[in-house]
Design a protein around this ligand. Structure first.
Ligand SMILES: N[C@@H](CCC(=O)N[C@@H](CS)C(=O)NCC(=O)O)C(=O)O
Length: 233
């Protein structure tokens, strides 16, 4: 096995070089991976990449993750026993599901349904909810133009309706089994309250999403995953 190269070990000292290394922060995208690792029971070592201090642009970090975003993983024991680094949560979740054999149904038809909802999160829920949070909370007072707030509030509501209709018919997004599609979507829906946006998106009207969110929130592994990458941790 080739010894992996670890980024900036002064900033991110590695205590368990044999374990999967997670570079992250407790944001919705970061939490997807720490929750998945906890749910799958994969041993890992987490490192905080504080995006509020622009640490994601550390030249060493950019070697792992050229787009300068969190999270990133470095698995010393990747395919054929060789190290692998991965950015992009969709790819990371698929990789972890394959590695662990967990949170992805064995049945190929069902597995495609999981991938469909996973890509729906990555392409729509994440970017649109993120823009909603940006304009509704963080850019408040910085622009007098209501256009963006209205656009992303409406889009967030539209997407919640898509999720609600789906969850009216199934317990979890891809069916009766909890999968990486739920892992990916949960932190973004949970984040609406951090954006103080529950009223704006009329969250209470989406009863099936609300009940699903509660089912996700009580999972012990999910609760542990939510503690990873907090500032000061
Ligand atoms: N499509 C990427 C999105 C990652 C992403 O946007 N991460 C945010 C935190 S939630 C980030 O690193 N932001 C820092 C920045 O934009 O400079 C993924 O799914 O991994």
């Amino acid at each position: 096995m080739t010894t992996p190269w670890f980024p900036n070990t002064e900033l991110w000292p590695v205590q368990h070089p044999d374990r999967l290394q997670l570079y992250t922060m407790a944001t919705p995208n970061g939490l997807k991976v720490s929750i998945a690792l906890e749910e799958m029971g994969i041993p890992y070592e987490a490192h905080l990449v504080n995006i509020l201090e622009n640490t994601q642009f550390d030249p060493d970090y950019l070697k792992l993750s050229p787009n300068g975003k969190i999270p990133t993983i470095l698995d010393p024991n990747g395919p054929a026993g060789e190290p692998i680094t991965l950015m992009e949560t969709g790819a990371i979740l698929l990789y972890l599901a394959e590695k662990s054999g967990k949170l992805m149904p064995a049945d190929p038809r069902q597995a495609w349904v999981v991938k469909q909802w996973l890509f729906m999160q990555v392409a729509h829920i994440g970017p649109m909810f993120g823009q909603f949070g940006h304009f509704y909370k963080f850019a408040k007072g910085k622009t007098s133009d209501e256009y963006a707030v209205t656009r992303f509030t409406n889009e967030a509501k539209r997407l919640l309706k898509v999720l609600d209709d789906r969850l009216a018919t199934t317990s979890w997004l891809a069916g009766e089994e909890y999968t990486i599609a739920d892992v990916a979507t949960f932190p973004w829906v949970a984040c609406l309250s951090f954006y103080d946006g529950l009223e704006a998106v009329e969250f209470d009207t989406f009863g099936h999403v609300k009940a699903w969110l509660e089912r996700c929130e009580v999972r012990p592994a999910t609760q542990r995953g939510r503690q990873v990458g907090l500032i000061g941790s």
